[in-house]
Ligand binder design. Structure first.
Ligand SMILES: [Zn+2]
Length: 273
């Protein structure tokens, strides 16, 4: 397997995880699928969508912008963007689309970009914890460019392979303790991660396949004390879960000072003027 970013050789790190020997881009051979992710994340996600929207609005206001969210799930980002005056459309292939529709959002059930009318363009296209689930990221990123207006923005909110938890988990997995590593990839979940970028190789990926220009990037907190217990419970029950919870609570100040496991990168379509 060759790297889709720099064409270097991808080294097998497990039966299903491969890392580029040159740019550190990761790929998995896990079975793609659509479905709900991990429970216990509503507080964290909603609070991160506020931070994300504030940071985006340093570039331009959301008000009056046409905004497409690919993989809108429960519609929590749509709630935030709509409250700030954006005209939003969501795409969601899974059953969870019913929740965002019930919340009053315009949500199309299907896959990007097939479900959209051809020639349609948006001021903003955003992927929140979705891009890493796509089986063909190269085609997806080219389609993003096609579906953006001139001067439109692409927002990628992604897990970061340069993050603290990813690095620790990859090291532990090397020594045979792979449960956290598997969990970060959502191995065994309906929709596991198929790719894992860091800030640098994401920029290189975008530059290779599109003419989009980088505007800014910033980290988002990967942990929030609210909902943490529920989140841990989904993978670690009983005493093991309680110890893990206490460990993370106590280590939170240190964790928050390290590179985050969530990054947001914003790119803009070339105006061509
Ligand atoms: Zn590479």
């Amino acid at each position: 397997m060759d790297c889709i970013i720099c064409n270097s050789k991808m080294n097998a790190k497990s039966d299903w995880a491969y890392q580029c020997s040159n740019c550190n881009f990761w790929r998995s051979t896990l079975e793609p699928g659509a479905g709900r992710g991990i429970e216990g994340l509503e507080e964290l996600r909603r609070s991160n969508f506020k931070i994300l929207s504030d940071k985006f609005e340093e570039l331009t206001s959301l008000s009056g912008k046409s905004c497409l969210e690919v993989g809108c799930a429960e519609g929590w980002f749509l709630d935030e963007a709509k409250a700030r005056g954006a005209e939003c459309i969501g795409i969601e292939p899974s059953e969870v689309s019913k929740l965002s529709q019930a919340a009053g959002h315009d949500v199309k059930v299907g896959f990007f970009p097939d479900i959209l009318d051809q020639g349609r363009q948006f001021d903003i296209i955003i992927f929140n914890d979705v891009f890493e689930h796509l089986p063909d990221p190269v085609d997806a990123i080219k389609q993003c460019e096609n579906y953006l207006n001139e001067d439109g923005y692409l927002i990628l909110n992604l897990p970061n392979s340069g993050g603290l938890f990813f690095k620790i988990s990859a090291t532990l997995a090397k020594f045979g303790a792979s449960s956290i590593f598997n969990r970060l990839w959502q191995k065994g979940f309906p929709s596991p991660h198929l790719t894992y970028f860091n800030e640098r190789n994401l920029d290189a990926f975008i530059a290779k396949y599109t003419k989009l220009q980088k505007c800014k990037n910033f980290p988002l907190p990967a942990l929030h004390t609210q909902g943490l217990k529920e989140r841990i419970k989904t993978s670690h029950q009983g005493l093991k879960g309680q110890i893990l919870y206490l460990g993370i609570r106590m280590g939170l100040p240190i964790i928050q000072a390290c590179p985050s496991d969530i990054i947001v990168s914003i790119f803009q379509k070339h105006s061509g003027k």
